[in-house]
Unconditional design. Sequence first.
Length: 387
Amino acid sequence: FGWGILGHGGCGVALIRGTLRLDTELLRESRHLHHNCQRFSKVWCIIRANVLSASFSPDGKRVVTASADSTARIWDAESGKEISAAGGGEPIVLNAHTGAVGSASFSPDGKRVVTASYDRTARLWDAETGKEITVAGGGEPIVLEAHTSAVRSASFSPDGKRVVTASSDQTARLWDAESGKEITAARGGEPIVLKTHSSMVPSASFSPDGKRVVTASSDQTARLWDAESGKEIAVLKAHAGIVWSASFSPDGKRVVTASSDQTARLWNAESGKEIAVLKAHEGGALAASWRRDGRRIVTAGQDRVARIWDVEMMTVYRVDLRERVCAEKLIGAQEFTDEELADPILRGIDGRDPIARNPCLRRGPLSWEYWTRMPGQWWRAMRGVFN
């Protein structure tokens, strides 16, 4: 179901085009924004420290990187050059943290950046000028400060009005992006703190509608929360190692998690039930994220491999559909509905896709070996046919 991209050397490269960007199906030559290594082509050596995160602006034209040198920087995604403030001059450097910056991301409108740091704070920045955003009417910079340990990640809500932070102090917190104050469940009440994890929380993010938050933790779980009340909704529990990241699908119906147990997993975002297990990495899976249309997932692992997965091929619905159609094919059925032909494997059964010939045969995508790994008992009855 997946295929790999090899060759990363583990020395702090932020991969910009082709390898981890999923706007196109074809992989192109990558450009690198690099903070440490020197002997590579098309590498801009600016900061001699590891790059800890990189993310695109909403329009895909810029990239913001976070570094262990306590700064974040903004780059032109096409040229790979650092961006300067309007009118030219020095490159924009987001420089106010006193510890490593573990993550940086743009607001939905691309006008702001939020950074998370090991100095126990998160900060908000103007993406055009590189200046810290201040409280309305001028005054002190907005600093999101309440965690008692390193802030591992920070991200905006879909409407850009809130920020969620995740910390090594085992909690996640919600903030008003305009005032920098913690959000409370009721007017004048206590701040919302998502705090049922029993270990570090390296990741937290909003659902597409902004009504829920998903957190990942080294306690081997991910958890779903109500973003309005702070109440826990579900515990996603099946991993056997640290859960490094968790994020909602673009439609908000599923969650993908990545873990040091060498797997990524798909979950139903309503029930919290596991849908599928992606076993691809020889080392831990460090991150997993969705393509914008929700049909692909990319995972990155400690084995220096990134893999791209077809989500539709892993849902129980598709498994049931192929199970029925493959059985009909074996007894001579030849008719296919438009819904069935939308599936790449079934399109191969119909002979319209030369890449997927004979998917019902032994060792094919729908072979007995394939079905033994899937839900249902149909394969037991058909075992003799395949062999």
